[in-house]
Design a protein around this ligand. Sequence first.
Ligand SMILES: [Zn+2]
Length: 333
Amino acid sequence: MRAIRISEHGGPEVLRTVELPDPEPRPGTVPVRVTHVGLNHLDLWVRRGVPGHRFPLPLVPGSDVVGVREDTGEVVALHPAVGCMACEACLSGRHDLCRRYRIRGEGMDGGMRQRLRVSEAEILPLGDALPPEQAAGVPLSLLTAWHMLVGRARVRPGDKVLVQAGASGVGVFAIQVARLHGARVAATASTEAKRALCRDLGAEVAWPYEEAAREAKAWTGRTGVDLVVDHVGADTWETSLAALRWGGTYVTCGATTGHLATLNLRALFFKQLSILGSTMGSMGEMERAWRHVLAGAIRPVVDRVLPMSRLAEAHALLESRQVAGKLVVAQDL
Ligand SMILES: [Zn+2]
């Protein structure tokens, strides 16, 4: 079968199409023919490399996979990550804390290939709940947003939540997950078109980044919002903290614009802020969040669908940050 594989880190040119053996039929595994794969910002880190982190190269990228079960003909999506299923964390349902937790296309081979085999536990049913190219824009980002808001920050009805970069892959789901839990949402985005998308997804208001702290105070009529959801990183760190009310919570799952920030400890203790880190989520959280997708309560935003053979072009688009929502590639290898 054909696959796209990274053998060394670098620019989009390191995404090479190669011939690989078909996945071995091991007992307890299900054969899946890949039809669509969604891209995430993670794909860029995997391709470029991250100082101090070793990826298992050569590696087939692609975390969000949709395909057809070859044994039953059903259309399915795949869990974007799996735990070892044997350690204390996994047995407690906290796969996200498993030391052997692996993200598809990051810690193990992903979906940019014709076929793969997975265990039954890795399968999310899809059927005709939504088109496969839409479904491929969901799992990893939805899980990330769900774990931030529900697992970590424990969002409650009536909370006022600010979602930074509301039109991003994680942002579109953060808005919807917050709304689903009865929160009121404000979002930031760089352009009016992206802000309109945020409002369309359920944000009550949407602001340019630089106005977030001031607008948050005006919107709440208090010292700021209850909760800030952020993955922009260094560029938004200060305004995120400034937009929080006293006693508010900041939760982050990434640092696209830089991972080093200065923290004013006096503001932290005096305003009694909570700062939470979050990454991915448990397989149970994925199952729970997925139910809302199947019920139509959470919808993806897919910017465009490209052929898988043009993956390098999709990477360049994602890097240009000219994308609202998700990029998805369709099987043509
Ligand atoms: Zn484990």
